[in-house]
Design a protein around this ligand. Sequence first.
Ligand SMILES: O=C(O)CCC(=O)CC(=O)O
Length: 259
Amino acid sequence: MPFVRLNDVNLHYRSDGDPAHPCVVLSNSLGTDLSMWDAQAAELSRHFRVLRYDTRGHGRSERGAAPLTLETLGRDVVGLLDALAIPCAHFCGISMGGMIGQWLGIHVPQRLGKLVLANTAARIGTAEGWTSRADLVRRDGMDGVADGAAARWFTRAFSARSPRLVGAMIGRLREQDPQGYAACCDALALADLRDGIIAIRCPTLVIAGRADPVTTVADGRRLVEAITDATLAEVDASHISNIEAEHPFSEHLRRFLAA
Ligand SMILES: O=C(O)CCC(=O)CC(=O)O
């Protein structure tokens, strides 16, 4: 598996599909890794170069120096594109990955084609909430957040019909580096793009899960209202909608990128 050296970290990534095809970057949510995109990568890599990476402090990517900010997470994407000599790419991020996508749309629009913002918001949660979550995992490890994660990430019905899939996701969450997870909580505590997103000009698809208790359909609507060229697609899913609503999610993504 390849790594790129970006300033203070080795960042783990994976590229699938023909490198001559247009590139789409997939960016994971908090507490997951690039494997969360397996289904979408298999579908999209027939027509695109699919570039996935583990966000700093997640999966096999190092966490680097504290404090971590959304800007650093955004600049990692730019550094990854630079390292692979990719001038411009589509970008799809979910939740924290969607905040990284908004940062890219505001600050480096010249590097973006189309933007997909899934299960995300311009401001997720509260500073106090993120700080206490960071404190919890630094003190007690990942079990404190992993125990309740299935109820935040998936509907009860999906967990009942796909226990192995859900169990594997929660198992990977338990194995995350608590320091890396906490560093990303610190970044989310400070991340507030509500005043910035009106600057996003690229074609944008917002995907929201009808049953998402973390980043709601109302959050998705607010993104669409603020971003000039944005549309909303709703799917029947909770927070990790690319897994719970795998086929509708992939179809929205494929159609939007192909149009
Ligand atoms: O999923 C994210 O990237 C941020 C929101 C979150 O932490 C969901 C959860 O409660 O695990």
